[in-house]
Ligand binder design. Structure first.
Ligand SMILES: Nc1ncnc2c1ncn2[C@@H]1O[C@H](COP(=O)(O)OP(=O)(O)OP(=O)(O)O)[C@@H](O)[C@H]1O
Length: 352
Protein backbone atom coordinates (compact mmCIF):
# COMPACT_ATOMS: atom_id res chain seq x y z
CA UNK A 1 0.00 0.00 0.00
CA UNK A 2 1.35 3.43 -0.86
CA UNK A 3 1.37 6.59 1.19
CA UNK A 4 -1.60 7.90 -0.78
CA UNK A 5 -3.79 4.97 0.18
CA UNK A 6 -2.70 4.75 3.81
CA UNK A 7 -4.28 8.11 4.54
CA UNK A 8 -7.68 6.88 3.50
CA UNK A 9 -7.71 3.22 4.38
CA UNK A 10 -11.25 3.26 5.74
CA UNK A 11 -12.82 4.96 2.72
CA UNK A 12 -10.54 3.38 0.14
CA UNK A 13 -11.79 0.02 1.32
CA UNK A 14 -15.34 0.94 0.25
CA UNK A 15 -16.38 -0.43 -3.13
CA UNK A 16 -16.09 2.10 -5.95
CA UNK A 17 -19.51 3.54 -6.80
CA UNK A 18 -21.43 2.94 -10.01
CA UNK A 19 -22.69 5.99 -11.88
CA UNK A 20 -25.78 5.57 -14.03
CA UNK A 21 -27.01 8.39 -16.24
CA UNK A 22 -30.39 7.96 -17.90
CA UNK A 23 -32.18 10.01 -20.52
CA UNK A 24 -30.32 13.14 -19.45
CA UNK A 25 -31.18 16.35 -21.26
CA UNK A 26 -29.42 19.63 -20.45
CA UNK A 27 -30.49 22.85 -22.14
CA UNK A 28 -28.99 26.33 -22.38
CA UNK A 29 -31.15 29.41 -22.70
CA UNK A 30 -30.20 31.28 -25.88
CA UNK A 31 -31.80 34.16 -27.80
CA UNK A 32 -33.44 31.43 -29.91
CA UNK A 33 -34.96 29.80 -26.81
CA UNK A 34 -33.76 26.83 -24.74
CA UNK A 35 -31.58 24.52 -26.84
CA UNK A 36 -30.23 21.11 -25.78
CA UNK A 37 -26.45 20.70 -25.39
CA UNK A 38 -27.03 17.15 -24.08
CA UNK A 39 -30.00 15.20 -25.44
CA UNK A 40 -31.43 12.08 -23.82
CA UNK A 41 -28.02 10.68 -22.89
CA UNK A 42 -27.63 7.23 -21.32
CA UNK A 43 -24.17 6.60 -19.89
CA UNK A 44 -22.86 4.00 -17.43
CA UNK A 45 -19.65 4.42 -15.47
CA UNK A 46 -19.09 0.92 -14.07
CA UNK A 47 -17.53 0.84 -10.58
CA UNK A 48 -13.76 1.04 -10.60
CA UNK A 49 -13.41 1.90 -14.28
CA UNK A 50 -12.01 4.89 -16.15
CA UNK A 51 -14.38 5.95 -18.91
CA UNK A 52 -13.07 8.32 -21.56
CA UNK A 53 -15.66 10.73 -22.96
CA UNK A 54 -14.57 11.97 -26.38
CA UNK A 55 -15.96 14.11 -29.16
CA UNK A 56 -15.20 17.28 -31.06
CA UNK A 57 -15.46 20.72 -29.52
CA UNK A 58 -19.06 21.62 -28.67
CA UNK A 59 -20.32 18.02 -28.56
CA UNK A 60 -21.50 18.48 -24.96
CA UNK A 61 -18.72 16.71 -23.04
CA UNK A 62 -18.08 19.44 -20.46
CA UNK A 63 -21.78 20.10 -19.96
CA UNK A 64 -22.32 16.40 -19.22
CA UNK A 65 -19.32 16.36 -16.87
CA UNK A 66 -20.63 19.42 -15.00
CA UNK A 67 -23.94 17.68 -14.44
CA UNK A 68 -22.10 14.94 -12.54
CA UNK A 69 -20.98 17.60 -10.09
CA UNK A 70 -24.44 19.12 -9.91
CA UNK A 71 -22.75 22.20 -11.30
CA UNK A 72 -24.64 23.07 -14.47
CA UNK A 73 -24.96 26.85 -14.17
CA UNK A 74 -27.43 29.30 -15.64
CA UNK A 75 -28.19 29.85 -18.49
CA UNK A 76 -28.06 26.02 -18.39
CA UNK A 77 -30.34 23.61 -16.57
CA UNK A 78 -31.05 19.89 -16.41
CA UNK A 79 -34.37 19.60 -18.23
CA UNK A 80 -34.89 15.84 -17.84
CA UNK A 81 -33.33 12.58 -16.77
CA UNK A 82 -31.43 11.17 -13.81
CA UNK A 83 -27.85 10.77 -12.56
CA UNK A 84 -27.56 7.99 -9.99
CA UNK A 85 -24.38 7.70 -7.94
CA UNK A 86 -24.12 4.78 -5.49
CA UNK A 87 -24.34 6.11 -1.97
CA UNK A 88 -25.63 9.52 -3.04
CA UNK A 89 -28.83 8.71 -4.96
CA UNK A 90 -30.16 10.74 -7.86
CA UNK A 91 -28.07 13.92 -8.06
CA UNK A 92 -30.84 15.66 -10.00
CA UNK A 93 -33.08 15.42 -6.93
CA UNK A 94 -30.53 16.42 -4.27
CA UNK A 95 -30.88 19.73 -2.41
CA UNK A 96 -28.39 22.51 -3.16
CA UNK A 97 -26.75 21.89 0.24
CA UNK A 98 -26.32 18.13 -0.32
CA UNK A 99 -24.94 18.80 -3.78
CA UNK A 100 -22.44 21.28 -2.43
CA UNK A 101 -21.30 18.68 0.11
CA UNK A 102 -21.07 15.97 -2.53
CA UNK A 103 -19.05 18.21 -4.84
CA UNK A 104 -15.45 17.94 -3.75
CA UNK A 105 -16.48 15.53 -0.99
CA UNK A 106 -17.85 12.40 -2.70
CA UNK A 107 -17.25 13.63 -6.23
CA UNK A 108 -13.86 15.14 -6.99
CA UNK A 109 -13.20 17.14 -10.10
CA UNK A 110 -10.29 18.62 -11.98
CA UNK A 111 -11.46 21.32 -14.33
CA UNK A 112 -10.31 22.13 -17.82
CA UNK A 113 -7.23 24.34 -17.47
CA UNK A 114 -6.78 23.31 -13.83
CA UNK A 115 -3.18 24.39 -14.33
CA UNK A 116 -4.45 27.97 -14.09
CA UNK A 117 -7.28 27.53 -11.64
CA UNK A 118 -5.30 27.97 -8.44
CA UNK A 119 -5.63 31.26 -6.60
CA UNK A 120 -2.44 33.19 -7.49
CA UNK A 121 -2.57 35.14 -4.21
CA UNK A 122 -2.60 32.18 -1.82
CA UNK A 123 -0.21 29.29 -1.23
CA UNK A 124 -1.44 25.79 -2.05
CA UNK A 125 -1.51 25.02 1.68
CA UNK A 126 -3.72 28.03 2.43
CA UNK A 127 -6.09 26.98 -0.35
CA UNK A 128 -6.17 23.47 1.11
CA UNK A 129 -7.28 24.85 4.47
CA UNK A 130 -9.93 26.97 2.72
CA UNK A 131 -11.24 23.82 1.01
CA UNK A 132 -11.35 21.96 4.32
CA UNK A 133 -13.21 24.85 5.98
CA UNK A 134 -15.78 25.05 3.18
CA UNK A 135 -16.51 21.34 3.71
CA UNK A 136 -16.62 21.51 7.50
CA UNK A 137 -13.42 19.49 8.03
CA UNK A 138 -12.49 19.72 11.72
CA UNK A 139 -9.23 17.77 11.74
CA UNK A 140 -6.88 20.10 9.87
CA UNK A 141 -3.83 18.02 10.76
CA UNK A 142 -5.35 14.93 9.14
CA UNK A 143 -6.33 17.01 6.09
CA UNK A 144 -2.78 18.30 5.63
CA UNK A 145 -1.37 14.80 6.22
CA UNK A 146 -3.70 13.37 3.59
CA UNK A 147 -2.73 16.12 1.11
CA UNK A 148 0.97 15.52 1.74
CA UNK A 149 0.57 11.80 1.20
CA UNK A 150 -1.30 12.36 -2.05
CA UNK A 151 1.32 14.82 -3.29
CA UNK A 152 4.20 12.55 -2.28
CA UNK A 153 2.43 9.62 -3.96
CA UNK A 154 2.44 11.69 -7.15
CA UNK A 155 6.19 12.25 -6.89
CA UNK A 156 6.15 15.79 -5.48
CA UNK A 157 8.00 17.38 -2.58
CA UNK A 158 4.81 17.82 -0.56
CA UNK A 159 6.02 20.35 2.02
CA UNK A 160 7.50 22.57 -0.69
CA UNK A 161 4.36 22.39 -2.84
CA UNK A 162 2.07 23.33 0.08
CA UNK A 163 4.27 26.38 0.70
CA UNK A 164 4.25 27.41 -2.98
CA UNK A 165 2.22 29.88 -4.97
CA UNK A 166 0.82 28.90 -8.38
CA UNK A 167 3.59 30.69 -10.31
CA UNK A 168 6.24 28.67 -8.51
CA UNK A 169 4.91 25.38 -9.93
CA UNK A 170 5.20 23.92 -13.45
CA UNK A 171 2.10 23.02 -15.49
CA UNK A 172 2.48 19.31 -14.68
CA UNK A 173 2.92 20.08 -10.96
CA UNK A 174 -0.18 22.30 -10.94
CA UNK A 175 -2.16 19.54 -12.58
CA UNK A 176 -1.07 17.13 -9.85
CA UNK A 177 -2.05 19.72 -7.24
CA UNK A 178 -5.47 19.84 -8.97
CA UNK A 179 -5.76 16.06 -8.60
CA UNK A 180 -4.77 16.34 -4.93
CA UNK A 181 -7.54 18.93 -4.34
CA UNK A 182 -10.03 16.65 -6.13
CA UNK A 183 -9.21 13.66 -3.94
CA UNK A 184 -8.11 15.02 -0.57
CA UNK A 185 -11.64 14.86 0.84
CA UNK A 186 -11.81 11.17 -0.14
CA UNK A 187 -13.92 11.42 -3.26
CA UNK A 188 -14.72 8.11 -4.92
CA UNK A 189 -15.99 9.52 -8.17
CA UNK A 190 -13.40 11.56 -10.08
CA UNK A 191 -14.23 13.79 -13.03
CA UNK A 192 -11.27 15.05 -15.06
CA UNK A 193 -11.95 17.57 -17.82
CA UNK A 194 -9.08 17.73 -20.35
CA UNK A 195 -6.48 16.90 -17.67
CA UNK A 196 -3.53 17.00 -20.04
CA UNK A 197 -4.42 19.79 -22.46
CA UNK A 198 -1.69 22.45 -22.56
CA UNK A 199 0.93 20.11 -21.09
CA UNK A 200 4.03 19.06 -23.01
CA UNK A 201 4.26 15.40 -24.06
CA UNK A 202 6.43 14.31 -21.11
CA UNK A 203 4.23 16.03 -18.49
CA UNK A 204 1.17 14.64 -20.28
CA UNK A 205 2.51 11.07 -20.03
CA UNK A 206 3.40 11.60 -16.35
CA UNK A 207 -0.01 13.01 -15.45
CA UNK A 208 -1.76 10.11 -17.24
CA UNK A 209 0.38 7.59 -15.38
CA UNK A 210 -0.52 9.30 -12.12
CA UNK A 211 -4.23 9.38 -12.99
CA UNK A 212 -4.14 5.64 -13.64
CA UNK A 213 -2.19 4.89 -10.45
CA UNK A 214 -4.31 7.06 -8.16
CA UNK A 215 -7.50 5.70 -9.75
CA UNK A 216 -6.44 2.12 -9.01
CA UNK A 217 -5.01 2.73 -5.54
CA UNK A 218 -8.04 4.65 -4.31
CA UNK A 219 -10.69 2.46 -5.94
CA UNK A 220 -12.27 5.28 -7.94
CA UNK A 221 -14.88 5.47 -10.65
CA UNK A 222 -13.47 7.99 -13.10
CA UNK A 223 -14.82 10.01 -16.01
CA UNK A 224 -12.11 11.52 -18.18
CA UNK A 225 -13.28 14.14 -20.66
CA UNK A 226 -10.98 14.78 -23.61
CA UNK A 227 -10.95 15.54 -27.29
CA UNK A 228 -7.78 13.43 -27.55
CA UNK A 229 -8.51 9.77 -28.29
CA UNK A 230 -4.82 8.99 -27.71
CA UNK A 231 -5.33 9.92 -24.04
CA UNK A 232 -8.31 7.56 -23.78
CA UNK A 233 -6.35 4.78 -25.48
CA UNK A 234 -3.67 5.16 -22.84
CA UNK A 235 -5.70 5.13 -19.63
CA UNK A 236 -9.40 4.35 -20.06
CA UNK A 237 -10.86 0.86 -20.22
CA UNK A 238 -14.15 2.23 -21.53
CA UNK A 239 -14.97 4.92 -24.06
CA UNK A 240 -18.09 6.92 -24.86
CA UNK A 241 -18.19 8.96 -28.07
CA UNK A 242 -20.36 12.10 -28.18
CA UNK A 243 -21.63 14.05 -31.15
CA UNK A 244 -24.12 16.92 -31.15
CA UNK A 245 -25.19 16.30 -27.54
CA UNK A 246 -25.76 12.58 -28.03
CA UNK A 247 -23.67 9.53 -27.03
CA UNK A 248 -23.33 7.65 -30.32
CA UNK A 249 -21.13 4.75 -29.22
CA UNK A 250 -20.08 3.25 -25.90
CA UNK A 251 -17.98 0.18 -25.11
CA UNK A 252 -14.61 -1.26 -24.16
CA UNK A 253 -11.88 1.09 -25.38
CA UNK A 254 -9.82 -1.63 -27.08
CA UNK A 255 -12.88 -2.97 -28.95
CA UNK A 256 -14.13 0.43 -30.05
CA UNK A 257 -10.70 1.66 -31.19
CA UNK A 258 -10.02 -1.56 -33.08
CA UNK A 259 -13.38 -1.66 -34.85
CA UNK A 260 -15.58 1.41 -34.30
CA UNK A 261 -19.13 0.83 -35.52
CA UNK A 262 -20.80 4.24 -35.53
CA UNK A 263 -19.83 6.20 -38.67
CA UNK A 264 -18.82 9.19 -36.50
CA UNK A 265 -16.68 7.08 -34.16
CA UNK A 266 -15.09 5.51 -37.23
CA UNK A 267 -14.38 8.88 -38.82
CA UNK A 268 -13.02 10.33 -35.57
CA UNK A 269 -10.68 7.39 -34.98
CA UNK A 270 -9.56 7.23 -38.62
CA UNK A 271 -8.68 10.92 -38.46
CA UNK A 272 -5.96 10.27 -35.88
CA UNK A 273 -2.70 8.74 -37.09
CA UNK A 274 -1.49 8.10 -33.51
CA UNK A 275 -4.46 5.78 -32.98
CA UNK A 276 -5.03 4.37 -36.46
CA UNK A 277 -1.29 3.64 -36.48
CA UNK A 278 -0.75 4.49 -40.12
CA UNK A 279 -0.03 8.08 -41.07
CA UNK A 280 -1.03 7.61 -44.71
CA UNK A 281 -4.34 5.98 -43.69
CA UNK A 282 -5.37 8.92 -41.48
CA UNK A 283 -8.30 10.80 -43.05
CA UNK A 284 -9.48 14.15 -41.70
CA UNK A 285 -13.19 14.26 -40.96
CA UNK A 286 -14.78 16.68 -43.43
CA UNK A 287 -17.20 19.39 -42.30
CA UNK A 288 -17.65 20.99 -38.92
CA UNK A 289 -19.38 19.85 -35.74
CA UNK A 290 -22.74 21.51 -35.13
CA UNK A 291 -23.27 24.30 -32.62
CA UNK A 292 -26.29 24.55 -30.31
CA UNK A 293 -28.33 26.33 -32.97
CA UNK A 294 -27.39 23.96 -35.81
CA UNK A 295 -27.81 20.52 -34.21
CA UNK A 296 -30.51 18.84 -36.34
CA UNK A 297 -33.75 18.68 -34.36
CA UNK A 298 -35.11 15.79 -36.40
CA UNK A 299 -33.38 12.61 -37.58
CA UNK A 300 -29.83 11.49 -36.81
CA UNK A 301 -27.62 14.29 -35.44
CA UNK A 302 -24.66 13.08 -37.53
CA UNK A 303 -26.56 12.69 -40.81
CA UNK A 304 -25.12 15.75 -42.55
CA UNK A 305 -21.52 14.53 -42.23
CA UNK A 306 -22.23 10.81 -42.43
CA UNK A 307 -20.56 8.86 -45.24
CA UNK A 308 -22.97 5.96 -44.75
CA UNK A 309 -26.03 8.24 -45.08
CA UNK A 310 -24.51 9.88 -48.15
CA UNK A 311 -24.27 6.45 -49.76
CA UNK A 312 -27.40 4.68 -48.52
CA UNK A 313 -29.89 7.49 -47.76
CA UNK A 314 -31.85 5.42 -45.24
CA UNK A 315 -35.23 7.16 -44.61
CA UNK A 316 -34.94 6.35 -40.88
CA UNK A 317 -31.86 8.61 -40.66
CA UNK A 318 -34.06 11.57 -41.65
CA UNK A 319 -37.02 10.52 -39.52
CA UNK A 320 -35.55 10.03 -36.06
CA UNK A 321 -32.44 9.97 -33.89
CA UNK A 322 -31.56 6.28 -33.48
CA UNK A 323 -31.55 4.99 -29.87
CA UNK A 324 -28.29 3.86 -28.27
CA UNK A 325 -28.77 0.09 -28.53
CA UNK A 326 -26.67 -3.06 -27.99
CA UNK A 327 -25.09 -4.42 -31.16
CA UNK A 328 -25.76 -8.02 -32.09
CA UNK A 329 -22.22 -9.34 -31.55
CA UNK A 330 -22.85 -9.77 -27.82
CA UNK A 331 -19.83 -7.61 -26.90
CA UNK A 332 -21.91 -5.24 -24.79
CA UNK A 333 -21.14 -2.42 -27.24
CA UNK A 334 -23.85 0.23 -27.57
CA UNK A 335 -24.29 2.11 -30.86
CA UNK A 336 -26.86 4.70 -31.99
CA UNK A 337 -27.02 4.16 -35.76
CA UNK A 338 -29.88 3.06 -38.00
CA UNK A 339 -27.47 1.57 -40.57
CA UNK A 340 -25.71 -0.53 -37.92
CA UNK A 341 -29.11 -1.74 -36.62
CA UNK A 342 -30.18 -2.74 -40.16
CA UNK A 343 -26.89 -4.59 -40.78
CA UNK A 344 -27.29 -6.39 -37.44
CA UNK A 345 -30.85 -7.41 -38.34
CA UNK A 346 -29.72 -8.72 -41.72
CA UNK A 347 -26.81 -10.64 -40.18
CA UNK A 348 -29.05 -12.10 -37.47
CA UNK A 349 -31.68 -13.03 -40.10
CA UNK A 350 -29.06 -14.79 -42.19
CA UNK A 351 -27.74 -16.84 -39.30
CA UNK A 352 -31.25 -17.64 -37.94
N1 LIG B 1 -23.03 28.91 -20.76
C1 LIG B 1 -23.43 28.54 -21.97
N2 LIG B 1 -24.41 29.24 -22.62
C2 LIG B 1 -24.84 28.87 -23.85
N3 LIG B 1 -24.34 27.81 -24.54
C3 LIG B 1 -23.38 27.08 -23.94
C4 LIG B 1 -22.87 27.42 -22.65
N4 LIG B 1 -21.89 26.52 -22.34
C5 LIG B 1 -21.81 25.67 -23.39
N5 LIG B 1 -22.69 26.01 -24.36
C6 LIG B 1 -22.91 25.34 -25.64
O1 LIG B 1 -23.25 23.98 -25.39
C7 LIG B 1 -22.65 23.14 -26.37
C8 LIG B 1 -21.82 22.09 -25.67
O2 LIG B 1 -20.71 22.74 -25.04
P1 LIG B 1 -19.65 21.94 -24.15
O3 LIG B 1 -18.68 22.93 -23.62
O4 LIG B 1 -20.38 21.09 -23.19
O5 LIG B 1 -18.96 21.02 -25.27
P2 LIG B 1 -17.56 20.30 -25.21
O6 LIG B 1 -17.73 19.05 -26.01
O7 LIG B 1 -17.10 20.16 -23.80
O8 LIG B 1 -16.62 21.31 -25.99
P3 LIG B 1 -15.11 21.73 -25.66
O9 LIG B 1 -14.27 20.51 -25.94
O10 LIG B 1 -14.85 22.85 -26.62
O11 LIG B 1 -15.09 22.16 -24.22
C9 LIG B 1 -21.84 24.03 -27.29
O12 LIG B 1 -22.60 24.31 -28.47
C10 LIG B 1 -21.63 25.28 -26.47
O13 LIG B 1 -21.51 26.42 -27.29
Amino acid sequence: MTAATQATTSTAAAAPPAVTIRDLTIVYRTPAGELPAVSGVDLDLPPGTITGLVGESGSGKSTLALSLLGAVQRPGRIAAGSIHVDGLGNLVELSAKSLQEARGGEIGYVFQAAQNSLNPLKTVGKQLLDLGRSHGVRDRTALVRSAKELLAGMGLDAARVLDSYQHELSGGMRQRVGIMFALVLNAHVLVLDEPTTALDMISQANVLKIVRAVHTERGLTTLLVTHDIGVVAEVAERIAVMYGGVVVEQGETADVLRAPKHPYARALINAIPRVSGDLSAARPLPGRPPTLGTIPTRGCVFRERCAVYAERQLPACVAEQPPLAPVADGSGRLVACHAVAVEDQQATGETA
